[in-house]
Design a protein around this ligand. Structure first.
Ligand SMILES: [Mn+2]
Length: 354
């Protein structure tokens, strides 16, 4: 045969191989659907090993056995990815399942509708006076949503644990006085229902991102949920945590990136800015960025907030305390009211936030 003829023959085989691979892929999809129904795991390592051994036994060369194994492993892997892609399409929070952005309504405040929001407030609710002082300043600055922690899951059991229900009552009183919506973290499934009496949004904290009983309870609530990314959670785990809530019927879920743990010491955590566009692409939920906890330092809050908004975030969260030096938690990283004013002007000057 001439070189030309050999090449033609090769092309023909390529096409045949492609046809066979596609046929194989279709079969794999069918198997995936059956397994899905039966609740059997998609990846079966024993079966894969058996198939590889059979193929090696049938190998007559010229490929080495290891090469045959490698080639087929690639094919198996591609098939598994195909099944996983199918699975992804089925997630309720997935963009593939819903093209339009989810808009979360906190009273008349809309999140994810195009104009970003700013959530500010103290790390912890410490007293009525403290929260009133912040609320007055936030109101004056044109803010609509205030945060404040009543239940504080802290790294050390000896650190301030929050005022609990008393703290929620303070938030309620202040929110009525100043006409602000409130967000506070709930840490116990039994408190989810009760939260509706006091606050407008339930926050699920980073340390509770995979507290599945809490997520399920949040999914049964009528309140919007602000779900924080866990400190060592992958984006995929974050998305699945949101799915827990939405799958129970509560579609009003907002995601918030709060920094992940890396080797970097210059910041408290590493702000994963790439998570913003990825979450916006992969899900239809609003995505926010907590600049305070991701950075842990006041001097870079404004540029990080701008970066978040430029990357497509639907909002920014920042901690503000009337006197950070005496704060019962996160004293080092909360802005005082004057600093918050400067932070806000700087973010507003960028034109990314009104
Ligand atoms: Mn804090």
């Amino acid at each position: 045969m001439s070189l030309e003829q050999l090449r033609d023959k090769l092309n023909e085989i390529n096409h045949e191989l492609l046809k066979l691979l596609s046929e194989r892929a279709a079969l794999v999809q069918e198997i995936g659907q059956l397994k899905e129904k039966q609740g059997v795991p998609k990846f079966d390592p024993v079966r894969e090993k058996d198939m590889l051994e059979e193929l090696v036994a049938a190998n007559t060369g010229p490929f080495h056995n290891d090469t045959v194994k490698q080639l087929f492993k690639q094919i198996f892997q591609a098939s598994l990815h195909l099944q996983e892609d199918q699975h992804k399409k089925q997630l309720l929070v997935s963009r593939k399942n819903q093209k339009e952005d989810t808009i979360v309504s906190i009273g008349d405040v809309q999140v994810g509708a195009g104009s970003p929001i700013m959530i500010a407030g103290p790390c912890s609710v410490e007293s009525l006076e403290q929260v009133r002082e912040v609320a007055a300043a936030l109101k004056q600055a044109g803010m609509t949503v205030m945060r404040g922690g009543a239940f504080k899951p802290r790294t050390s059991p000896y650190d301030f644990q929050g005022l609990g229900i008393e703290g929620l009552k303070i938030l309620k009183q202040v929110s009525e006085e100043f006409g602000l919506k409130t967000i506070s973290e709930i840490v116990h499934p039994a408190h989810i229902e009760l939260a509706a009496d006091y606050i407008d949004v339930i926050q699920i904290g980073a340390r509770n991102m995979q507290n599945f009983e809490l997520l399920k309870a949040a999914g049964d609530s009528n309140l919007p949920i602000l779900l924080k990314r866990g400190l060592a959670a992958t984006i995929d785990e974050f998305i699945h945590a949101a799915e827990y809530i939405v799958s129970r019927g509560n579609k009003q879920v907002m995601l918030i990136e709060r920094g992940i743990r890396t080797y970097e010491k210059a910041t408290r955590n590493t702000l994963d800015i790439s998570a913003v566009p990825i979450l916006k692409q992969e899900t239809h939920l609003p995505v926010l960025v907590d600049v305070t906890h991701s950075t842990g330092r006041k001097d870079i809050l404004a540029p990080c907030a701008k970066a978040a908004l430029a990357a497509g975030a639907d909002g920014v969260m920042v901690e503000v305390h009337p006197n950070p030096a005496v704060a019962l938690s996160d004293a080092a990283q909360q802005l005082n009211i004057e600093e918050f004013g400067r932070f806000l002007s700087s973010v507003r000057e960028s034109g990314l936030f009104k």
